[in-house]
Design a protein around this ligand. Structure first.
Ligand code: SER
Length: 326
């Protein structure tokens, strides 16, 4: 196992909160550092790994964290998601563009060997093929979040080709998880619905019943990041723009699955047209054959497997008492 020292920027967000325990399991708590913004690590991690305060809009904070902790690998998960980015344009620009550039520059200017950056289905737009969207196709995102993800992808190629930085990353679909809720994304309904089902046996969905989007359960998302990070670089023909897919569904289809667990669950719809417009511009499903061929991407969870696991863990968290992280 590699002895790399890893910094996760955005460690307390939806993905970071699940990534950190898996990195600790794999590489040891002496090799993982959490970069947090305006919050503390959860109690079970606080005394296990160091945390450092990082605002990605401040270049010096990133560079200092890397140098002080002798970091070799950086995961940058800091991002303002699609819905909030449309409302807070300037903040989204600062974090998603300037912050991303700061992370690229800080990794290039230090001893970092590898940068994992994250893109999204939001990097596609309404002229991209909607069904089985290919890895390499037209991209015309019309959200500031999506534009920032294309910027991240192109910057990844540029820093790899021109500056020799080993940048890698995937285009994530909507990610479903139970530890930490996502904030201000367009795919968040697929997480909120579980809270509604468990706590109130009902949920009012902000997307229309037939809105099909690609989705993924968190354990597969974490596996994607770690497998791609560990893959032999010579196999990779892409850098930050790998489609990764495992399931796609509509709110109506998810509601049917939820009813399997809670037969009297009630689904209502109150469409938020700004989020509906964003969702309608995104793919319904993705072709992820490049990831499968180049780094053996092989997700484990389908829709019913994800629903079973979400119910088990979220019920334990909300009803039966707090779950302790490994
Ligand atoms: N989950 C994200 C969002 O909804 C998409 O990457 O903004």
């Amino acid at each position: 196992m590699s002895k790399n020292r890893i910094l996760v920027i955005g460690a307390s967000g939806q993905i970071g909160s699940d990534l950190i325990p898996r990195l600790i399991d794999r590489y040891g708590n002496n090799n993982v550092v959490a970069g947090v913004y305006n919050c503390e690590l959860p109690d079970d991690l606080k005394n296990i790994i160091p945390d450092v305060s990082i605002d990605v809009t401040k270049y010096d904070q990133i560079e200092k964290a890397i140098i002080d902790n002798k970091i070799d690998v950086v995961y940058n998960l800091a991002s303002i998601l699609s819905t909030l980015a449309e409302k807070e344009f300037q903040l989204a620009y600062e974090v998603n563009f300037n912050g991303t550039l700061n992370v690229f520059e800080a990794t290039r200017n230090t001893e970092v060997k590898q940068l994992i950056a994250v893109s999204s289905i939001a990097a596609f737009g309404d002229r991209s093929p909607k069904i089985n969207t290919p890895n390499d196709t037209i991209q015309n995102p019309n959200t500031i979040y999506g534009i920032s993800k294309v910027f991240t992808e192109l910057l990844g190629n540029y820093y790899f080709e021109k500056k020799g930085l080993d940048v890698r990353g995937v285009r994530f679909p909507g990610i479903i998880s139970w530890k930490v809720e996502p904030t201000a994304g367009t795919t968040d309904y697929a997480v909120e619905i579980f809270y509604g089902a468990i706590l109130n046996k009902s949920y009012t969905c902000f997307l229309a019943p037939d809105t099909r989007l690609p989705m993924m359960y968190m354990p597969d998302a974490i596996s994607a990041l770690i497998s791609l990070s560990e893959c032999d670089s010579s196999r990779l023909k892409h850098r930050v723009d790998y489609n990764v897919a495992s399931m796609d569904f509509t709110p109506a289809e998810l509601a049917i699955e939820i009813k399997r667990k809670i037969p009297d669950f009630e689904m209502n719809y109150e469409i938020d047209y700004s989020r509906q417009e964003i969702a309608d511009s995104w793919p319904s499903s993705l072709d992820d054959s490049a990831a499968r061929a180049e780094w053996d991407w092989d997700p484990k969870f389908n829709l019913s497997g994800m629903v079973d696991d979400m119910f088990e863990n979220l019920t334990a968290k909300l009803i039966d008492g707090p779950i302790h992280l490994p």
